[in-house]
Design a protein around this ligand. Structure first.
Ligand code: SAM
Length: 245
């Protein structure tokens, strides 16, 4: 059952005023009718079972039938720092990360990044990835969505690392440490960050700098996974380790 994200400021008593993309999606795309039930969730993760009571062009009124308590935010928070990938592979990686519960997505430009977002297009890319992350949550019934940060360079990521007590960088040349070994104490960790390289991987200098910045290099096994596959694989394993699946 999809949930739709609203801002709590759109609630007036027991009425919710839906406008913009959401009103268009419900009205014009899904062609919802008065009387239909929709599930809305606000930025505090409070869920509202609501009935559409008025549908006019670009503005829909829903009446709240039931407020459900906020679902506690999952711990540990998971951050995916993903080297920007070519074409729709980055869109796909963002969408899968959203379905797999990631809390923060940081697009990263590395030495071997092929698709370097131009500065004047960075906002456009970020907005698009943010929409994809939101839609991924809506589709899978997640009560929140991943926060997509501005594109950063790898050096900046190392200078301003994400909030994470465990920072992992899967590296296909890592011989000594498996992901399994690195995740052994995950449950006690409050948060974890994963850094996935681009199609051409990380340079030895980048791995050196990552280690100096406190990122732990891990192997994902003997097969070389596509960058987008590696991110999904690691996130799914973290979900499993957290007994979320
Ligand atoms: N450097 C290789 C190349 O040029 O074919 C592959 C890079 S791989 C496509 C992209 C990213 O996925 C890597 O930077 C790494 O983060 C991750 N990755 C893929 N396979 C992996 C493995 N077996 N172990 C650890 N990380 C892996």
């Amino acid at each position: 059952m999809p949930v739709y994200f609203i801002q709590s400021r759109s609630i007036q008593n027991d009425r919710v005023v839906l406008t913009g993309d959401l009103a268009h999606h419900l009205g014009a795309v899904l062609r919802c009718r008065v009387g239909e039930i929709v599930h809305l969730v606000d930025e505090d993760r409070v869920r509202y079972r609501s009935e559409l009571s008025q549908i006019v062009e670009k503005r829909i009124i829903a009446t709240i039938l039931e407020r459900e308590r906020p679902v506690p935010r999952r711990i540990p928070a998971v951050t995916l720092a993903q080297a920007v990938l070519k074409g729709d592979k980055m869109d796909w990686a963002v969408q899968k990360a959203g379905e797999l519960g990631v809390n923060v997505i940081i697009p990263v430009v590395t030495e071997r990044t092929i698709a370097r977002p131009r500065a004047e297009r960075a906002r456009h890319h970020r907005d698009r990835w943010q929409t994809i992350a939101k839609e991924a949550s809506q589709q899978c019934g997640r009560l929140d969505y991943a926060d997509v940060k501005p594109v950063v360079s790898l050096d900046d990521l190392f200078k301003n690392p994400p909030e994470a007590s465990l920072k992992l960088v899967p590296w296909e040349q890592e011989q000594g440490r498996s992901l399994k070994a690195a995740l052994q104490n995950l449950k006690e960790e409050t948060s974890v960050a994963i850094l996935i390289g681009p199609e051409g991987g990380f340079s030895p200098r980048e791995i050196e700098n990552a280690r100096e910045a406190g990122w732990v290099s891990v192997s994902l096994g003997p097969r070389i996974l596509r960058a987008e596959t590696a991110g999904v694989a690691v996130l799914a394993i973290i979900e499993y380790e957290l007994n979320e699946v």
